[in-house]
Write a protein that binds this ligand. Structure first.
Ligand code: ADP
Ligand code: MG
Length: 235
């Protein structure tokens, strides 16, 4: 519990600060980028300017994700089929998968009931997790995406990869803001995903073994029929 509270505190702080700081940084950054691009036209400075530009782009990426994470918009819930959201996300990632020759096998159970969710936020969760899998696996790697009925009122979306896995001592760090092991990473993808899944009263668990791969299980409550809800209210 203490661990959970610590994480929640951090999230609140990040949320409050992020939007303000990100906005303040964005304008001077745009100016900086413009001048570096001008400097780059002088061939002598080219190599240093390239480094500066790629670092500026990195800062921009972090700011974009922070703004997205801190956006105070309330989710708009609707009745939605998980498989539909997943196929959107899979097609968004298909180019990267082709480039890396990754074999994605979707095992989508057709009879999975609809969930009550903000489709855009859910899309972001699946995209973040799938992107991590795509980035983790080697060329020719395998990713398995499955949707199944967990129990009478929950669906489970499982995204499993055969990448290098995550060392045990790093597992507790996943989802902490800015925790990343990638050169171009932001360490915000999992934090945002955990938060979205929580607002949907679901859960996300990451299992991983070094050398065998990583499995992310996202469990979400099924939308209860309105009639059923009405019945239970009066019974
Ligand atoms: P980012 O992708 O920007 O690094 P994330 O929050 O999405 O940030 O992920 C945090 C870290 O968790 C990653 O840098 C990586 O070390 C680890 N990770 C997440 N998913 C996987 C995966 N499928 N396989 C191996 N490592 C992973
Ligand atoms: Mg990521």
């Amino acid at each position: 519990t203490e661990e959970l509270i610590r994480k929640a505190d951090k999230l609140a702080v990040v949320g409050q600060l992020a939007a303000g700081v990100a906005h303040e940084i964005r304008n001077p950054l745009t100016a900086l980028k413009g001048f570096v691009q001008l400097l780059a036209e002088d061939r002598q400075n080219g190599r240093y300017c390239d480094i500066m530009l790629s670092e500026l782009n990195r800062i921009n990426r972090i700011i974009d994700e922070l703004l997205l994470a801190a956006k105070p918009s309330l989710p708009t819930f609707e009745r939605k089929n998980v498989s539909d959201i997943l196929s959107d996300v899979l097609s968004l990632m298909s180019t990267q998968c082709v480039i890396k020759n990754i074999n994605v096998s979707p095992l989508i159970h057709q009879q999975v009931p609809a969930i009550h969710c903000d489709a855009n936020q859910m899309k972001q969760v699946f995209l973040n997790v799938l992107k991590n899998a795509v980035e983790a696996v080697p060329v020719g790697g395998e990713i398995q995406v499955s949707v199944l009925l967990q129990d009478v009122d929950h669906v489970m979306i499982r995204i499993a990869d055969n990448g290098p896995g995550i060392p045990e001592d790093r597992l507790p760090k996943l989802g902490e803001p800015f925790y990343t092991n990638k050169d171009t990473g932001t360490g915000l993808g999992l934090m945002v995903s955990y938060r979205i899944v929580e607002t949907h009263r679901g859960s996300m668990k990451i299992q991983s073994h070094e050398g065998t791969g990583t499995t992310v299980d996202i469990v979400l409550p099924i939308e209860q029929e309105r009639s059923q809800m009405a019945v239970s209210l009066f019974s």
